[in-house]
Write a protein that binds this ligand. Sequence first.
Ligand SMILES: [Zn+2]
Ligand SMILES: [Zn+2]
Length: 162
Amino acid sequence: MLPLSHPDRIEPDSPRPRRSSHPSRPSATEVLRYGERYADLRDQHLAHTLILEDAREEREEISAHERITCHVHRRWAHECIASPMHVIPVTGHRWCRPCEAEASVAVDEVTRSVTVVCTRCRQTPETAATRQITRTCRASLAAAHESRRARVQAQNTASAAA
Ligand SMILES: [Zn+2]
Ligand SMILES: [Zn+2]
């Protein structure tokens, strides 16, 4: 029996298994289509993730709220969640319904904790939208951390080779 080429198959010589559902690099077509907007970003990993998520959003695989990067601000989700643009009363994102007030998001880069608190009652709105913010900001914190680590590693390799 011939081994079937499955997208989830792990290449024997690849250092790390890569989930096909979330590749870390966009295809050439995706870069061509969505990349121009992010061409000046210094963080390549961020630019790649933005392109990938733009593509996935357009294919309706994810919603704008499930992204770990922000299309509008061109940043990791946790870096611009404090912007007034991310207060969306209709969906309940950064919004306390009983108070009809804004909620703020505290992001701790060190402990990687994300806390959503109503600016009026000081309670966490227990909604799906709040859980989504917490989830995506935690994921974007982790991705940004990973990206920084990769950059430092690349710099070290470059200086060692020089
Ligand atoms: Zn944003
Ligand atoms: Zn409240």
